[in-house]
Design a protein around this ligand. Structure first.
Ligand code: XMP
Length: 513
């Protein structure tokens, strides 16, 4: 069990990612959560101190508790972590007013025998990513230098007797090409074998759910997306029919989606499922509304009402399961956290209120998105389901700019199905982060056969992205676009014009609203 102490670096999550890739289970906790009691309970086998934006010479800069150095386990300090360890163990850190070092640098090993450098420093020097203002000026007692760089005479330092290591650079980022080998050397010298696998995780997670839930009953909201689906299947393995799933059909789903969810969960997995077919209620509430934020709020509010009704129907549940993921859980350490602007107020199944009086079960809260997918495979969910594009909670409502009508929704569903079919047929689905059609609030004139048409225009949207935060439009070939436009106009009644949206994010957003 590896403990990562967070001092607020932008890249702390990457340390966890790299370790998990090495088959090591680890958790990130903020520096100010390190009470002696916490350390006893967590009982880490090794500790990594992250980087951070603070400056060690400042009197109020963040510190781990001194006890962390008395646990008798290997410690790796990265950047700020190296500096704070040095200072606390009797060395000295200098403010780097004139000697900041940012970007690529080469470090040269002065001692290749050390296990930390083993298998890493093949040629005696390596490229690393530096990003620091301050630097170590005097080593702590018991430490020696293992490697230097032109800007950092203490690029790697070690107290070999205690297995304390400090690196001035960031081994967790991609710009340190062999950083993974350094982390790997550290975990090996700390005695980890790297045997953390999804199969092991699944068994652990099932045991944890059983322990938490006991003989209780659990309700789980299904959205049709990967997270809630994986959570539901995992819970069902753990507690069987003491799980009830609730699926709200708000009338804003894609073609065939509600049926797919029912087939998969009720028929295939035999999970007790309540389907709330409430499209009338949602569409009536949205009638005449064209403001995107009001659409979202209306849908979010109604969703909670409907969900609460269904939970009451399901009887005596004590627990509510949510597919919360690790990135939502990590308490971020923020030093300069000003308020950020709300671009869109997201609504999804995860946003159910605490006032429902149910205890939360969050079986995915230790996992990153791709780990959830791996767990889904482990649980036997079909690859086509695991690889599904994300779909927003408000659904087609935000792909129908302007007023939502049943007619427009029906056209949109058909058009979207044709577009996705085209993408699948051309083998492009997995290269694309998200693809959909938006139906535009304008009718345009066309000619078909000998007749005049006056139908809706639509926009195709397909983007590549890593996390949805930034995105670029997908470079379809002209042939693909032409073929898709022809199919849409021929197969979908109500569409007579097709455009392709080539806006990136920023300045655009992925959805149209
Ligand atoms: P934007 O449009 O903000 O989308 O670039 C980024 C990602 O978030 C999804 N999205 C939403 N998801 N509720 C959701 O659950 C929402 O209100 C919402 N709005 C956007 C969008 O589909 C994309 O994956």
């Amino acid at each position: 069990n590896m403990l990562i102490v967070d001092f607020g670096s932008q890249v702390t999550q990457l340390i966890a990612r790299r370790l998990r890739e090495l088959g090591i289970y680890c958790e990130i906790h903020p520096f100010n959560a390190m009470t002696p009691d916490f350390l006893t309970r967590f009982a880490p086998q090794a500790v990594i101190l992250s980087g951070g934006p603070a400056s060690v010479p400042d009197a109020d800069s963040p510190r781990p508790p001194q006890e962390i150095f008395e646990l008798g386990v290997p410690i790796l300090g990265i950047c700020y972590g190296q500096q704070v360890m040095t200072q606390m163990l009797g060395g000295r850190v200098e403010r780097g007013d004139h000697s900041a070092e940012f970007g690529r640098a080469r470090v040269t090993a002065s001692d290749l025998r050390d296990p930390l450098l083993d298998g890493w420093f093949e040629g005696g020097d390596e490229q690393v990513w530096m990003s620091h203002g301050d630097h170590v000026a005097e080593l702590a007692t018991g430490f020696e230098v293992l490697a230097t760089s032109p800007g950092a005479p203490f690029a790697i330092v070690a107290d070999r007797a205690r297995h304390f290591y400090g690196v001035q650079f960031h081994p967790e980022v991609h710009h340190t090409p062999r950083g993974r080998a350094l982390l790997s050397a550290f975990v090996r010298l700390a005695g980890f074998t790297g045997d953390w696998t999804m199969a092991a995780y699944r068994d652990e997670a099932i045991a944890k759910i059983r322990e938490q839930v006991g003989e209780g009953r659990v309700i789980c909201g299904l959205s049709g997306g990967v997270d809630s689906s994986v959570a539901a299947v995992l819970l069902h393995e753990a507690i069987g029919d003491r799980l009830t799933c609730v699926f709200v059909d708000h009338g804003l789903l894609r073609k065939g989606e509600a049926e797919e969810v029912v087939t998969m969960f009720r028929d295939h997995y035999n999970i007790p499922l309540i389907v709330a077919e409430e499209s009338d209620r949602f569409l009536t509430a949205l009638d005449g509304e064209s403001d995107p934020e009001i659409k979202r709020k209306t849908i979010g509010r109604l969703f909670i009402d409907v969900f609460q009704d269904k939970v009451a129907e399901a009887g005596d549940a004590e627990f509510l399961a949510q597919g919360t993921l690790y990135p939502d859980v990590i308490e971020s350490v923020s030093f300069s956290g000003g308020p950020s602007v709300t671009i869109k107020s997201h609504h999804n199944v995860g946003g159910l209120p605490e006032k429902m009086g149910l205890k939360l079960v969050e079986p995915l809260r230790e996992l990153f998105k791709d780990e959830v997918r791996a767990l889904g495979s482990e649980l036997g969910l079909p690859p086509s389901f695991i690889g599904r594009h994300p779909f927003p909670g408000p659904g087609l409502a935000i792909r129908c700019p302007g007023e939502i009508t049943r007619e427009k929704l029906a056209i949109l569903r058909e058009a979207d199905a044709v577009f996705i079919d085209q993408i699948r047929k051309h083998g492009l689905y997995d290269e694309i982060w998200q693809a959909f059609v938006a139906i535009l609030p304008v009718r345009t004139v066309g000619v078909m056969g000998d007749g005049r048409t006056y139908d809706f225009a639509c926009a195709l949207r397909a983007v590549t992205s890593v996390d949805g935060m930034t995105a670029d439009y997908y470079p379809f070939t002209h042939d693909f676009l032409g073929e898709t436009a022809t199919r849409l106009i021929n197969e979908v009644r109500g569409i007579n014009r097709v455009t392709y949206d080539v806006t990136s994010k920023p300045p655009g957003t992925i959805e149209w609203e």
